[in-house]
Design a protein around this ligand. Sequence first.
Ligand SMILES: Nc1ncnc2c1ncn2[C@@H]1O[C@H](COP(=O)(O)OP(=O)(O)OP(=O)(O)O)[C@@H](O)[C@H]1O
Ligand SMILES: [Mg+2]
Length: 208
Amino acid sequence: MITEEQVLAWLELSATVMAENKEFLTDLDAAIGDADHGINMNRGFSKVKDKLPELAGKDIGTILKTTGMTLMSSVGGASGPLYGTVFMKAGQALAGKTELGSDDLCTLFQSGRDGIVQRGKAVAGDKTMFDVWAPVVEVADANRGLEPLAFLEMCVATAEEARDATAPMQARKGRASYLGERSIGHIDPGAASSTLLLAALRDTIKGG
Ligand SMILES: Nc1ncnc2c1ncn2[C@@H]1O[C@H](COP(=O)(O)OP(=O)(O)OP(=O)(O)O)[C@@H](O)[C@H]1O
Ligand SMILES: [Mg+2]
């Protein structure tokens, strides 16, 4: 089972990962957007990191909800409300939980994906973060019986493939859609940051 402390460790690692990948994500966004995705994610998760000390001892639902509200209020543009909704919905769905099994992670991913759809109205193939979340939910749903680390390894492998599969897509949402066919050939920045978040969760659990 994944403990409340491990969820806090995941969010802390996410802040480190977003700082380390600030340029990578911004470069992806420079190709098809406005070159701010890395800056946005780094700003948001550094605010989340600031909140972690006061979240110690709270249930996982509260931790995720507070993370969502923090991202919502500190990140502008499209990705703040999108990731804000992801974590707020996940927090609602996991209210009161003090540990998570694979089944609960599946709930987390499903509510995250549903939040993205509710907010951004993306469908498969629009070249957005939804194109990572949707296949991850499918794989998660089919592998609920696995223990969390093996389960997360499957989810990360799926996310990495799905992230790369956004490159040949033509963007139909956000600023990238203004580029039309010129958006083809680049990985979607939100698909990349979503994969980083999932990999950070896997790495946290792997680390014990
Ligand atoms: N309608 C949407 N539904 C789902 N995801 C979206 C949507 N619009 C944008 N995104 C995601 O947000 C990412 C861009 O986030 P960023 O932090 O750069 O915000 P932004 O510059 O305001 O976004 P954009 O230029 O796409 O409107 C995209 O790579 C994509 O994954
Ligand atoms: Mg941008």
